[in-house]
Design a protein around this ligand. Structure first.
Ligand code: HEM
Length: 542
């Protein structure tokens, strides 16, 4: 029966090898999460025998470091800032599934694509990442609403059903291209100004800090059709403080969580964490209120009320204003460090690998010759550009370790039965460097993502999932991709990037999100564009 199923699947063109028949059972069962779990359970029971009696392994049978050993790794061996690397080291010691203890909290670490797939396919109807007690505690303290990042259960599902359409549907997302392109144009002008004022020829220092401004400006233009002045020579203080607060909040997040909750009110880091959130909510509130006033004015003047994301949210009246504020704050916050860190790493590698950069340049000018500015349709014809972003996210997944708490059922993962409420840490960073899935894992090889490429056909669908999986996956994925494609294609069209001659290799660190440990400084050499784009004329030759 299974063989017949295998044959028919091959007949309809699915490339499934015969030895993966077990996989077929799971893939087909995976369409129904309940069956998927049952299949794993049967397999686990049939392979685990204790004194001749079938008995499934449990969490107690898992190895892993004690709390003291974990503290030793974090603070004596110095992995606190490089927990992504600790994933790799621990998986070498304990295998792909192990448990770690953080005080009373037990975390099950999962560091293989197969096992991550097993967890995610059993995540249930309302998946939960973690209960994020510190983020939730802030909202209770200030009486603020939860947004998509922090909400749970049916309430989360309701929020996503309201927020999803205009963030994820291709026709809506491509309508943001013009707005984003305006921000890109201003960024190119800013790069030109930075080169001129850096006093170091064509070097732009601390590119990531500049890209934070781009990303904030970009997400604000999508959500509010408002410009925040991030691209001007002097950045408004409030805007600059928002960007700093995002970084501060992510950084303090991983400090606060190490302490028991009753100690938080006495911690300096908790007070700073609260102050950072206060600023994020304050800026978002001002922007939401400004939009409400604009709409009211237009209604008063009997004008048509049209607009982008927030306008639709307000007009649809599906959420009250507190709920809108909770969601908008979380969207703004999620939109800053994510895209900017990714583009920083892409440019860092392109500067070091001129052949890859040249191939990208050729692709961009062949689709958009002369002064043509890429739009969404053009991007669809740039597979190499997309492969570069994909490969960047493999080497530097912004979320290096994701999580799931299984609240609905006990689940089977890797022949072990886990009770409800088990907290799984999905070690995406470690899996991204698995040489069985990605040969030469440390090499920046965009080709591996090209359709028809040898590597692509071998890849495991859960080998690199930078935007997460399933119904809880990244809400901003489509907007983030559009921003990154438009920016990278136009930057490379205008400039040849090269390493700073005085620069050193840059390594990643984890501050909840993966980011560069030291500033990325690059040279931006103007290309000889025959007909420059109007506002980017400033970006001339060096
Ligand atoms: C390179 C860019 C980005 C990457 C790699 C990224 C990655 C992720 C990942 C891994 C998750 C967790 C998904 C899961 O648990 O399965 C996530 C969630 C989320 N992201 Fe992104 N993200 C990016 C950009 C953005 C942007 C620009 C926005 C806002 C417009 C955004 C908004 C969100 C939100 C709201 C969630 C929570 C979704 C939920 O829990 O329902 N992200 N993102």
């Amino acid at each position: 029966m299974v063989k017949m199923l295998g044959r028919s699947l091959m007949n309809v063109g699915l490339r499934v090898k015969c030895q993966q028949l077990k996989g077929i059972q799971r893939v087909t069962a995976g369409l129904n999460p309940a069956n998927y779990g049952d299949t794993l359970r049967r397999e686990a029971a049939s392979t685990s025998t204790v004194m001749g009696v079938n008995k499934m392994k449990t969490m107690d049978d898992l190895g892993g470091p004690s709390f003291m050993t974990t503290l030793y790794w974090l603070f004596i061996k110095g992995y606190f800032q490089t927990t992504q690397q600790m994933q790799i080291e621990h998986s070498k010691i304990y295998g792909p599934l192990w448990k770690s203890k953080y005080g009373p909290l037990v975390v099950v670490n999962v560091a293989s694509a197969d096992l991550i797939e097993q967890v995610l396919r059993q995540e249930g109807k309302h998946p939960i990442r973690t209960d994020m007690p510190h983020w939730r505690n802030y909202r209770e303290l200030r009486n603020q609403a939860h947004g998509p990042l922090t909400e749970m259960g049916a309430k989360w599902q309701r929020i996503r059903s309201i927020l999803n359409p205009r963030m994820l549907k291709p026709k809506h997302v491509s309508s943001y291209a013009n707005t984003i392109n305006e921000v890109v144009t201003d960024f190119i002008c800013r790069v030109n100004w930075l080169r001129e004022t850096s006093g170091q020829g064509v070097v732009v220092n601390d590119l990531t800090a500049e890209l934070y401004k781009f990303a904030f400006e970009g997400i604000c233009s999508v959500l509010f059709e408002t410009r925040m002045g991030c691209m001007s020579e002097v950045i408004p203080e409030k805007t600059q403080k928002f960007i700093v607060s995002v970084g501060e909040m992510f950084h303090l997040s991983q400090v606060v969580i190490l302490f028991p909750q009753f100690l938080w009110p006495y911690l300096q880091s908790w007070k700073r964490f609260v102050a950072a959130w206060d600023h994020l909510f304050k800026v978002a509130e001002e922007l939401v209120n400004k939009k409400i006033e604009e709409i009211q004015e237009n209604v008063h003047l009997d004008k048509d009320v049209e607009g982008a994301y927030l306008t639709h949210l307000l007009l649809s009246e599906q959420m009250n204003s507190t709920e809108i504020l909770g969601s908008i704050t979380e969207l703004l916050l999620a939109g800053v460090d994510t895209t900017s860190n990714t583009i920083s790493w892409s440019l860092y590698h392109l500067a070091r690998e001129p052949e890859i950069q040249e191939q990208l340049y050729q692709e961009v000018i062949s689709v958009c010759p002369g002064d043509k500015v890429p739009n969404s349709d053009d991007i669809a014809q740039m597979p190499y550009l997309k492969a570069i972003i994909r490969e960047t996210l493999r080497l530097y997944p912004v979320v290096p370790g994701n999580a799931r708490v299984t609240v609905e059922n006990e689940i089977v993962v890797g022949n072990h039965l886990f009770p409800k409420k088990t907290l799984f840490h999905l070690c995406h960073y470690a899996v991204s460097y698995d040489e069985n899935i990605f040969p030469n894992p440390h090499t920046f090889l965009p080709e591996r993502w090209l359709r028809g490429g040898e590597d692509k056909s071998k890849q495991h669908p859960f080998g690199s999932v930078p935007f997460g999986f399933g119904i809880r996956a990244c809400l901003g994925r489509r907007v983030a991709e559009l921003e990154m494609y438009l920016l990278l294609s136009r930057l490379i069209k205008h400039y040849e990037v090269k390493p700073d001659p005085a620069g050193k290799p840059v390594k990643p660190i984890t501050r909840t999100l993966l980011c560069p440990a030291t500033p990325i400084n690059l040279q931006f050499l103007g290309r000889q564009v025959k007909q420059a784009e109007p506002r980017a004329k400033l970006a001339g030759s060096p």
